[in-house]
Design a protein around this ligand. Structure first.
Ligand SMILES: [Zn+2]
Length: 437
């Protein structure tokens, strides 16, 4: 070997062995707050386990698989089956990663940690679980089994991005000592009991993959169905996120998308008063029809503003407020006011003996046209007889309408043969998909 080629060999040898091997970042551990303020908690495990604190690892706190233990809160510590254990943080320990913990009759993977609840009495129960296993417990709650694989994968990436986003911003539950709670406030998490094989597969097939915008995991909002058009984020929460723009959707005819909710005019009056939005005797509601939308609707057709007039005052309420006050499935709705119809009528019937008796007969009458004055514009919905009139809200879609529609994702996969990446890029604009770990 010539000197120069030996040097070349040596250099490449050094380069190969000195270059650090690109190591995948480990998947993050998600600390999920399962409960707070618990006076006592019943725990168990699928394997033999121990209950310890940072100060004590007593022999008596070792238990068999399936053995249930009561952990109770005390002002300056905790008791395990009535015996005091010194320390502020309590751990359930086993010598295997396959342990399934049972807490208050629900099953969890990962680790279980208990500590004093911040700011009030009782115990906080935290489930520390690797991100991928956390997602197993999310998806079963969000989509039912049997959905197309591509829609389930899109949901897995959305839920992962959403969790990463919340964990990075990190301030939602910092005071509480965990990253995310297990309710709609963050993401509904049901642990092992909600896991389904299809969903575990969807998580595994997209392992570590998340949606990014400007280098940050996105706030991947999703909802059940948009009713035909998704919504710009600012129309619901006030903050305009560039990747959360409304798009035309394929889910207008999705099962369960159309809905109707009826209120007696008096009941509606009372409901609004209870929410601090009373107007006196309800006189009219002012909202342009979806078939001829005005400036009181957003581009997606959702209600931006609705005028409620009474004999005391007149108010402008947003579609988001109406949805929340009246518990409407979505803010994409029309209004009409009709007179209540009887479901039975008194009729005189002649018996076979020739006598006449009064009888109640069930009837189904065709709903009359909207009450009001003949020259009222289509946007005015007048209440003429508050005791009899029925205000009907009829709409489309379920949920806030921002980001991915779960029904839309399903239909895009089934009918348009979209893969999960196309589905995600359809609902979240300008995103980049990459592995977070
Ligand atoms: Zn939360």
């Amino acid at each position: 070997m010539k000197k120069s080629s030996f040097l070349l060999f040596l250099t490449s040898f050094i380069l190969v062995f000195m270059t650090p091997v690109a190591q995948a970042a480990p998947q993050p551990l998600v600390r999920v707050g399962l409960w707070t303020g618990q006076q006592s908690v019943v725990v168990g495990s699928s394997v033999a386990y121990a209950v310890e604190t940072e100060q004590e690892q007593p022999k008596w706190a070792r238990f068999k698989a399936g053995e249930q233990v009561v952990i109770a809160w005390k002002p300056n510590g905790m008791t395990v089956n009535g015996k005091t254990l010194r320390g502020q943080t309590l751990y359930l320990r086993s010598n295997t990663e396959s342990a399934r913990w049972e807490v208050n009759r629900k099953k969890y993977r990962g680790d279980i940690v208990l500590r004093q609840t911040t700011g009030k009495t009782g115990l906080t129960v935290v489930n520390e679980v690797p991100m991928e296993e956390y997602l197993y417990g999310i998806l079963g709650k969000e989509i039912s089994a049997g959905w197309p694989a591509e829609a389930a994968k899109a949901q897995a990436v959305a839920a992962r991005s959403y969790a990463l986003n919340l964990m990075l911003s990190g301030d939602r539950h910092r005071q509480d000592g965990y990253d995310l709670c297990a309710t709609v406030h963050c993401q509904v998490y049901g642990g092992v009991d909600t896991e389904a094989p299809d969903m575990i597969q969807a998580v595994a097939a997209t392992k570590g993959l998340a949606a990014y915008y400007n280098g940050q995991p996105i706030h991947a909002y999703f909802h059940a169905s948009s009713g035909g058009h998704t919504e710009d984020s600012e129309n619901v929460w006030g903050n305009a996120l560039p990747y959360l723009r409304g798009v035309a959707d394929v889910d207008a005819q999705a099962p369960g998308s159309a809905w109707e909710k009826r209120f007696n005019a008096r009941a509606l009056e009372t409901l609004l008063t209870q929410k601090g939005k009373g107007v006196g005797v309800l006189k009219s509601l002012d909202l342009s029809p979806l078939s001829k939308p005005g400036a009181d609707r957003t581009e997606s057709g959702r209600v931006r503003q609705l005028q409620v007039a009474g004999d005391k005052r007149s108010l402008s309420l947003s579609g988001v407020q109406m949805r929340s006050y009246l518990d409407l499935p979505s803010a994409l709705f029309d209004i009409r006011v009709v007179r209540a119809l009887p479901s039975e009528l008194d009729v005189s019937v002649e018996t076979s003996y020739g006598a006449t008796v009064e009888k109640k007969m069930p009837v189904s009458l065709k709903e009359p046209a909207e009450s009001g004055r003949w020259n009222d514009p289509a946007r005015i919905h007048r209440i003429i007889r508050p005791a009899d009139d029925i205000v009907i809200f009829s709409g489309h879609g379920r949920g806030h309408g921002v980001g991915m529609s779960q029904w839309g994702a399903r239909l895009l996969a089934e009918k348009n043969k979209y893969d999960y990446k196309q589905i995600l890029q359809y609902y979240y604009q300008g995103i980049m998909l990459k592995k977070a770990y």
